[in-house]
Design a protein around this ligand. Structure first.
Ligand SMILES: *Cc1c(COP(=O)(O)O)cnc(C)c1O
Length: 389
């Protein structure tokens, strides 16, 4: 028997926070409780049928069975540029400013390999999507966490970043509309980010996975709409949440050519691109009728109203989100995030995500995802009422 020893990079990862919750979930399930899961951010609705049909047709074509181009099919990258023009009025050169990703998580995890050297710093928000920090660590760098606070509307306070840290940082990750807080960015904030990046020579990575998931007529902006943004950064997009395509693995990044190219260079050494038939279906999604997105958003908005109105009536502190399918809730006094999460699970059979799972500054909150139907959502409120929250 050889001995198996994990690399320092794996050993250094934070402990898996959901282990204890997974154990409790199993225990509750064994008791025969009908569990309602608002834990993971994975849409429960199916991919719209015109996209599935495009995949079916493309899957039969032997041309699509070969290695794809690592930076994406020209046709897909052109569809991305058309979509950006139509949606954000941002004109992109599909040949030099777009790279196709095997889901945006892939690009987010890999981009630090292109710019971070051993010991380099990246600015990362806390709470935040865990992949930002993990990607930085895997590249040998370190994250400086910018806390997202309620009093700042969950936008990072760039003035609070110490000047020596700002000068040393190579990358900055931001994400609006935000997971997990559901906060949205203002135009003024994006302008401030551009000025900060220019002053400190930082590459901005804006994760825009939720720009299409918005309610009540609100249309989130692209970071690239901001003057100067395309010189300082790159924006990551995903088809996962917009078109209920999480399992398909298709996303893209757009922005400053040198940044897009460097990410492409990393990818060309690691993967061989997304399955072409999936890219063909992606073209159908981006070019096609967007009524499906409106319908999906309408459903989430109704679920949101049931959940948030219900929670407020019960006395919990929560704001109605304008975007994303998450609700970010302050835990009642006397509980930590983990304690309130266990309480909801063991007493009410409801799975939520503890806020500290997204970073230390998420302590004091839980996240609920709007990924169950309206009747189940009413049941969530009923159950929380019955345990007196
Ligand atoms: C879901 C999610 C992603 C990843 O999406 P994929 O394209 O499916 O990899 C990226 N960022 C955030 C904030 C997300 O919530």
């Amino acid at each position: 028997m050889i001995t198996i020893e994990k690399s320092e990079r794996l050993k250094k990862l934070p402990p898996y926070l959901f282990k204890e919750i997974d154990r409790q979930k199993e225990e509750v399930r064994k008791r025969g409780v009908d569990i309602i899961s608002l834990g993971v951010g994975d849409p429960d609705m199916p991919t719209p049928s015109h996209i599935i049909e495009a995949l079916q047709k493309a899957a039969i074509d032997p041309e699509n069975h070969k290695y794809p181009s690592y930076s994406g099919m020209d046709d897909f990258n052109r569809a991305v540029a058309r979509w950006y023009k139509k949606r954000f009025n941002v004109k992109l050169d599909s040949g030099s400013e777009v790279v196709t990703l095997i889901g945006s998580k892939e690009g987010i995890a890999h981009i630090p390999l292109a710019f971070i050297n051993h010991g380099d710093l990246a600015l990362v928000t806390s709470p935040g999507y865990p992949v930002y920090d993990t990607g930085v660590q895997f590249a040998g760098g370190r994250s400086y966490f910018m806390d997202l606070k309620k009093e700042n509307d969950f936008l990072p306070d760039l003035k609070a970043v110490p000047p020596d840290i700002a000068k040393k940082a190579k990358l900055m990750f931001i994400n609006y509309p935000n997971n997990p807080t559901s906060a949205v960015a203002t135009g003024e904030f994006f302008k401030e980010v551009v000025r900060f990046a220019e002053a400190n020579n930082i590459i901005v990575c804006h994760d825009a996975a939720y720009t299409e998931l918005a309610f009540d007529g609100y249309k989130p902006a692209s970071f690239l709409e901001t003057d100067g943004a395309r010189e300082v950064g790159i924006e990551f997009h995903s088809l996962s949440k917009t078109y209920n395509m999480t399992g398909w693995r298709l996303g893209f990044a757009v922005g400053r050519t040198e940044v897009v190219n460097a990410l492409g260079q990393i990818k060309s050494n690691i993967d061989s691109g997304a399955f072409q038939a999936v890219q063909v279906a992606g073209i159908a999604a981006l070019d096609g009728d967007q009524t499906c997105v409106e319908k999906i958003n309408m459903e989430y908005a109704e679920r949101r109203n049931i959940l948030v109105d219900g929670l407020i009536k019960l006395g919990l502190s929560v704001k109605k989100p304008q975007a994303t399918f998450y609700v970010w809730i302050e835990v009642p006094k006397g509980y930590t995030s983990a304690q309130y999460t266990s309480h909801l699970l063991s007493k009410a059979g409801i799975v939520v995500t503890p806020g500290n799972g997204f970073g230390a500054a998420g302590e004091g909150y839980i996240r609920m995802a709007l990924t169950v139907g309206k009747e189940r959502m009413k049941e969530v409120i009923e159950r929380i009422r019955s345990i007196g929250f």
